[in-house]
Ligand binder design. Structure first.
Ligand code: GLU
Length: 300
């Protein structure tokens, strides 16, 4: 029988799992199990300077302690550069990728000169200076490859399984984003899209903090002629200050002395009821709850 559901959990090894990442791991695992599907762990170690040596193994151990084990051998993005290169070449051949020689300063100067001050997550929206139709590199050395975001349609729409209908004008809100830096590293957006397709991922379940990457990923999937997975973005765990808990704001590594307690907390964030018992018993009970119609209580 063909498995119609393939899901994944894709941690970046920049730090051990924390309470927030466990929510995404548990949700993606439960959703796969509830659909009788396959769940795969993919280590997203393309952003090498931020990856901490050994943390990949630590994350796999933490997951295993929580009863979450990849159904297929785990993959490491750092070993998959050939696939990303193939995709970049395809985009170049379709005039959807171009080399860019702009520094951050160049971009700010161009935005100011044009009277624009569009900022997104503190990153300037690239004004398209090196787009081929604007003259290309003009002798500057290439610093990065950028995706030529299609202007038609500029607005990407999709329906998130939890958040409902979503829309983003990628041209105005994001602009031509980076696919690869000239010094080598692949960007998350390209790697994730290539891997989701190469691994036959049908359902993406991940934290809500990643939801606004989805339109960029859909734009790339369309340009590369790849199938679109279904998306479900899970509630975030908030820190004491009300901000999302993340590795960046110093989230504590999980205390897995009693893994079932950490799982109970993650399950509660997903709107699942507390269940008594061991890790396997609790997981089994949550699969049933998820099948019965999970609530993902903390809707925004
Ligand atoms: N590697 C990303 C992260 O840890 C998750 C990517 C994804 O699930 O699409 O934030």
């Amino acid at each position: 029988m063909t498995v119609l559901y393939r899901g994944r959990f894709a941690p970046s090894p920049t730090g051990p799992l924390h309470a927030g990442s466990l929510v995404a791991a548990l949700a993606s695992w439960l959703d796969a199990r509830a659909h009788g599907g396959i769940w795969i762990v993919r280590i997203e170690d393309v952003d090498t300077p931020r990856c901490v040596p050994g943390v990949d193994r630590l994350i796999l151990q933490q997951l295993a302690t929580c009863g979450l084990v990849s159904d297929e051998p785990e993959v490491w993005q750092s070993e998959r550069g050939a696939l990303y290169l193939q995709a970049l070449n395809q985009l170049v051949a379709k005039d959807r990728a171009y080399p860019c020689g702009c520094s951050r300063k160049d971009i700010e100067a161009a935005l100011q000169a044009a009277g624009l001050n569009r900022e997104r997550h503190h990153a300037a929206v690239y004004p398209g200076t090196c787009r081929p139709e604007n003259g290309g590199l003009q002798g500057k050395p290439a610093r990065a490859w950028r995706f030529a975001v299609p202007h038609e349609p500029a607005v990407m729409t999709w329906t998130d399984r939890r958040l409902g209908p979503q829309a983003q004008n990628v041209v105005h809100e994001v602009g031509d984003f980076i696919l690869r830096r000239a010094d080598g590293p692949w960007a998350y957006q390209l790697a994730v899209v290539v891997d989701d397709a190469a691994q036959g991922i049908t359902h993406v379940v991940r934290g809500e903090d990643l939801a606004d990457n989805t339109p960029r990923q859909i734009a790339l999937q369309r340009s590369l002629g790849l199938p679109l997975p279904a998306y479900l973005h899970t509630p975030l765990v908030l820190g004491a200050n009300g901000e999302k808990l993340s590795k960046q704001n110093g989230a504590q590594a999980l205390d897995l002395g009693e893994p079932v307690l950490a799982l109970q907390r993650a399950a509660a964030t997903l709107g699942l009821h507390t269940v008594a018992g061991s890790v396997p018993e609790a997981l089994q009970a949550w699969i049933s709850q998820w099948k019965d119609g999970f609530s993902l209580c903390a809707r925004p």
